[in-house]
Ligand binder design. Structure first.
Ligand code: DGT
Ligand code: CA
Ligand code: CA
Ligand code: ZN
Length: 571
């Protein structure tokens, strides 16, 4: 048992005593002991062996006995007894920034609050104010603390995990002896959030890879350091596992560690029926134990009579059945995207002029973009009124005259008001090439109101695209309460496209919703909602979401050549 773990238990004991309202001196004694043990240069275990625990400042006979007990049994009786008296959910309240043992005790004793979820509900309902020392502002702070906690303790958004994974593979690829290095796990499947990052390597000198890995500057803590497998915690707070495997079994290991688990299990069951055994080491004949495949993934799928299945599809949601009947989708790729239809400029809250965004878009090889600044009604950002749009149009026309093989579309991101009307008149919208309608306010309407609101907006004959259709913010805000099927029906009937907003904090539509949209025959667009030039790069996150949704090039409007796109928008 290491010092940190001992200190953690002593601190937990102090928390428990504080929640119970115990003697402050006793609480203080535990905290001090914890602090001193954490600061020790030597292992507690060796102090125990030499019987010198009591030489640590603040540790008397009594505490020394308890530390001894922790080191040998992993806990101590007195702590276990207290733990049984205080619900674990109450202790968990302490992890919320701004909630200490005293307030946790108050909430528990006076309101019976014994979980973070209950505290959140009570704060939302305004039920905490009026308790000693608790004001409306305190409730607000608690809610903000809970949001932060959810973000920090939860899974990492793909948009943050992916560059991190790429940085690690890029650096380790340069280590001598490395002949192959690839991401596996949820990162390779491009899942919207990532629990931990899994990386596989082939190397003649595995030890060198391990040493280089744990010495990377982004490592905060080494969790395990073995000859072929190591794990670290990064400074960004995500775990990374690196595993060196036999080149003969690389494909098998890559398939296994890419997952998903459900996909793997389905493959394994299929293999069994064919008298094969499939594992991270290869495919083997069950009877003879002879290895049949292992080097490449294609080979392994081949032994099961399957074509290669793209990682984004490997969730066991029908991909294996589709593969068996030759009906896998021909997935869209980033190269299919010909332009971005949701871009902001300095005319509203974007950081760059139209000219600058156009140059960046051309450098990416795009053939068109739509400038879609905010409309005025929003209030929080500088939005455009009808007369601003006229002037913006003049600028766009002027720029277009100087452009070859590229077109700037004049657009707007118009707000959908609480009642479903748009905050620019139809006559103004009619003059624009591309109208995105988005909800930016009154998020908490009940399902019927919200559904009718958006259905009404989609029914406006000038709307081309519904922007970030469900309003969710990854790890921060749930989607609106919405009858999604009804919305799809309205979008299909009106020929309105649904956006896959590629912002790493949105990814809205998500994979599941986008798949429903495709199945309902609703066209899609994949946009970045760029406010600064670097955000154009997010397009690959949007494309990944589309791929996870089985979407093909033909399902997405901004894969069309300009002429066809304009025809489609003009309807
Ligand atoms: P994450 O990290 O929670 O975002 O999700 P994954 O999919 O990366 O899961 P992780 O890191 O626990 O494991 C990586 C892959 O290893 C997983 O996708 C499939 C494979 N795997 C892990 N545990 C099992 C298991 O018990 N059975 C099978 N068949 N595969 C497993
Ligand atoms: Ca993982
Ligand atoms: Ca893992
Ligand atoms: Zn926007």
């Amino acid at each position: 048992m290491d010092n940190r773990e001992v200190a953690r238990i002593l601190n937990a004991m102090a928390d428990m005593l504080e929640i119970k309202g115990d003697n402050p001196f006793r609480i203080r004694a535990y905290r001090r002991a914890a602090q001193n043990i954490e600061g020790l240069a030597e292992d507690v275990e060796s102090l125990i062996a030499r019987e010198t625990l009591e030489e640590i400042p603040g540790i008397g006979k009594d505490l020394a006995a308890k530390i001894h007990e922790i080191a040998t049994t992993g806990t101590f009786q007195e702590y276990e007894k207290l733990k049984a008296q205080v619900p674990s959910g109450v202790v968990e309240l302490l992890t919320i920034p701004g909630v200490g043992p005293k307030t946790a005790q108050l909430f528990y004793k006076r309101k019976g609050i014994d979980s973070v979820a209950r505290l959140e509900a009570a704060a939302r309902a305004g039920e905490l104010r009026g308790l000693p020392g608790i004001k409306a502002k305190t409730e607000e702070n608690i809610l903000r603390g809970i949001e932060m906690l959810k973000r920090a303790s939860g899974r990492m958004p793909l948009g943050l995990a992916l560059p991190l994974a790429q940085e690690i593979t890029t650096r380790l690829r340069q280590v001598k002896g490395v002949t192959r290095i690839e991401c596996a796990g949820s990162v390779r499947r491009m899942k919207e959030t990532v629990g931990d990052i899994d990386i596989l390597a082939v190397s003649a000198a595995p030890g060198k890879v391990m040493d280089a890995f744990i010495a990377l500057p982004l490592v905060r803590e080494v969790l395990a350091h073995g000859e072929t497998k190591s794990s670290v915690m990064t400074r960004q707070g995500i775990q990374v596992d690196v595993l060196v495997v036999d080149p003969k079994a690389f494909g098998a290991a890559w398939l296994y560690f890419t997952g998903s688990k459900a996909h793997n299990i389905h493959l394994r069951d299929m293999a069994k029926k064919k008298g094969l055994k499939i594992s991270e080491y290869g495919v083997f004949a069950e009877r003879t134990g002879k290895r049949i495949a292992g080097k490449e993934e294609e080979e392994i799928y081949g032994t099961l009579g399957l074509p290669y299945i793209a990682p984004e599809l490997r969730e066991d949601t029908g991909e294996i059945e589709a593969a068996l009947t030759g009906q896998l989708p021909d997935l869209i790729t980033a190269d299919d995207i010909r332009g971005d239809l949701h871009v902001h400029s300095t005319w509203s809250d974007g950081a760059h002029t139209i000219k600058e965004v156009v140059e960046a878009a051309r450098r990416r090889g795009y053939r068109y973009i739509a400038i879609t600044d905010h409309s005025k009604g929003l209030g929080i950002v500088r939005g455009l009124a009808a007369e601003d749009l006229t002037r913006q149009r003049e600028e766009i026309d002027r720029l277009n005259q100087g452009l070859r093989d590229f077109r700037i579309l004049a657009g707007i991101e118009v707000n959908i008001r609480a009642d479903g009307t748009l905050d620019l008149p139809d006559g103004v919208l009619a003059k624009l090439d591309c109208v995105i309608a988005s909800v930016h306010s009154a998020f908490r309407q009940d399902q019927q109101t919200m559904t009718e609101r958006i259905v009404r907006a989609v029914g406006n004959p000038h709307v081309h695209v519904l922007g970030h259709p469900t309003g969710r913010l990854l790890g921060e805000r749930e989607p609106y309460d919405l009858d999604f099927d009804r919305l799809l029906e309205a979008a299909r009937a009106n020929g309105v496209a649904m956006e896959i907003n590629a912002s790493p904090y949105r990814l809205d539509l998500n994979d599941a919703h986008a798949r429903l949209a495709k199945e309902a025959g609703v066209p899609l667009v994949i946009n970045t909602d760029t406010h600064t030039l670097a955000e154009f790069d997010h397009i690959h996150l949007g494309v990944a979401t589309a791929r996870r949704a089985w979407i093909e090039k033909k399902d997405v409007l901004n894969t069309l050549p300009l002429k066809q796109l304009l025809k489609r928008l003009a309807r």
